[in-house]
Design a binder for this molecule. Structure first.
Ligand code: FE2
Ligand code: FE2
Length: 239
């Protein structure tokens, strides 16, 4: 059984290719959308957006803590991966907060609860499970609630978040499957194959190369993509 799993792992030469490039990001209020001032505000929409903003901020704080721990343990590639994920999350949070402000909603300052930080192996597994839960359970529910409210900007922002999270699903599945038994090999491959991460500041899309043409998620020009430099993130305070 273990031998078969090992062989499968070795055979997956494209373990991180393609999708690790996407292991970051999240959304912003779409530019050019009509003013919301005259639109009715659905209280359910505001509640859902506020909850989503807090969830994204909490994820940002958690991944930054994981990144610092990985850096301290010498797992540079994993640290960079967590920074990429955190970058995406804070873009999503800020998108929701900007939209809530435009809707006239009070944004109560939210101090995310301090999530436990374990060793990097456990943090990597926890992050993969959390991201997959977000993709498969949390965002489908949020999307349903927001669609019922009918606010176009809210629907757009939730789509940005959900789709940018879904960019990572392939690599997250592999991380979750192989990290428990082959953590060092997973860490080595992330080190060797992650490359450089770029994030779209509009939608949080995260890729290993800047796309050509327009962003595939938000459709804005790709000059909204910026390179993620880990040195500027590990030392900064929460945006
Ligand atoms: Fe997110
Ligand atoms: Fe984008």
């Amino acid at each position: 059984m273990r031998e078969r799993k090992t062989a499968r792992f070795r055979n997956r030469r494209s373990f991180l290719r393609g999708s690790v490039a996407t292991i970051i990001a999240a959304p912003v209020v779409a530019k050019g959308l009509p003013s919301l001032a005259a639109q009715p505000v659905e209280s359910g929409t505001v509640r859902t957006l506020r909850s989503a903003a807090q969830t994204e901020r909490a994820a940002y704080s958690r991944y930054m803590a994981f990144a610092r721990r990985a850096d301290a343990e010498g797992y540079v590639g994993i640290s960079y991966l967590f920074i990429a994920l955190a970058t995406s999350e804070i873009i999503h949070a800020q998108n929701y907060e900007r939209l809530l402000t435009r809707l006239g909603a009070d944004i109560t300052p939210h101090e995310p609860s301090v999530a436990p930080v374990a060793d990097t192996k456990q943090n990597l597994i926890a992050a993969a499970e959390a991201e997959l839960n977000s993709i498969n359970n949390y965002y489908p529910q949020v999307h349903k609630q927001i669609e019922a409210g009918g606010n176009a900007d809210a629907i757009t922002n939730v789509r940005y978040s959900w789709e940018s999270h879904r960019q990572h699903i392939e690599i997250l599945d592999k991380i979750r499957e192989y990290t428990p038994d082959y953590f060092e090999e997973v860490a080595r491959r992330i080190d060797e194959e992650s490359g450089i991460f770029y994030v779209c500041e509009i939608c949080g899309s995260t890729t290993n190369t800047v796309p050509t043409g327009k962003c595939e998620i938000c459709n804005f020009p790709v000059d909204h993509y910026r390179k993620i430099d880990p040195s500027t993130f590990l030392s900064q305070s929460t945006p």
